[in-house]
Design a protein around this ligand. Sequence first.
Ligand SMILES: [Mn+2]
Length: 434
Amino acid sequence: MKFSRRPVIHATRRERKLLDESAFVEEDSCSIPAKYLNLFLILTFIFMTRLAEKRIDEDPIVGDEEIDTNNNMDVGFGNTVPRTYRPEDLKKWRPAPTVMEKYGYPGEMGKPVKIPDEQQALMKEKFKENQFNLMASDMISLNRSLTDVRHEKCRSKHYPAKLPTTSIVIVFHNEAWTTLLRTVWSAINRSPRPLLKEIILVDDASEKEHLGRKLEEYVATLPVHTFVLRTGQRSGLIRARLLGAKHVKGQIITFLDAHCECTEGWLEPLLARIVMNRKTVVCPIIDVISDDTFEYVTASDQTWGGFNWKLNFRWYRVPNREMERRNHDRTAPLRTPTMAGGLFAIDRDYFYEIGSYDEGMDIWGGENLEMSFRIWQCGGTLEIIPCSHVGHVFRDKSPYTFPGGVAKIVLHNAARVAEVWLDEWREFYYAMSP
Ligand SMILES: [Mn+2]
């Protein structure tokens, strides 16, 4: 299965090379002239036929030979968003103090929580509510301590003395109290205060009582300006994020999922990257918070985001070529084809310049690939920043309801991605998902 990633990767290279310098930015104008792709399409189709015989994800390892990521970055585009910020938009900052361990409390330093035998039955019952161990989460402090998971070299890195501010946007639907508030507290505790403009919580029509007035009253007491917006009716992740983004006053929008924990030094490497080039969109390394024990487990820094032709997001091993481009420095920014989508930071003006999100997408699914393609095809760069780590509770299945059914919505969204961004390549999608 050596060839499994080649179609994807070549698409990127071709697009970057062939993009007309003057063609700019309206979604569809980012595409490539059809004639250039024909020959390549045929070659790729041969690979695809081979792929179709087997399951596509058997071996999600990228072959070493593929794009030269070094030489495809300098395509000029129209420039409406200035590359840098005005000096008055930048703020002096210092690293946030370390959250100290509270000895004897469950889950401190990211350790797993063990539920006593006599409570196992209740634990299982509560698990169903959110598809994670709610009982464990409820036992852990909202301010729990974590180990410093960063690579050693990250701790001595120097970042600009002044950085732009960010607003954090968190969308939730029926989220548990403790996971949501631990996300908020971890951001407050571990972000340099001058850089954290506000935290915007967007409630996508939750039914749980604790997410009503109680939440509003609670967040009003927080040391960082935090407020709740409500979509009113179930709108889906995209439309809820757009509602949050509309209220952002910081220069940078940082989207977080509702069950995360930000770790020490997570924010400054993200902002430092954007301040150098506002068209850089950055993701932290997404570590794993166990859905079972809430243990904090570090994820690999050797994976990046890709996709298969069903347009499912997948993690793949970072190819050697990208390692070489980074001089084998595991702390250097990693140019990733796609992102998982839950956690990223983007300049607010650039977000709107590239057309923000596709509002026609429902509930959940596909929007991460859509945004990734949008960024790369509209003159931006998408990176994973290895010195920034944020934990996320990964779940085996979604606890949410999808009006009309999961499959229908996810397929609808994926088809939109194919139609808007893939040109002829959409045929591969339709071949896999007829
Ligand atoms: Mn999530």
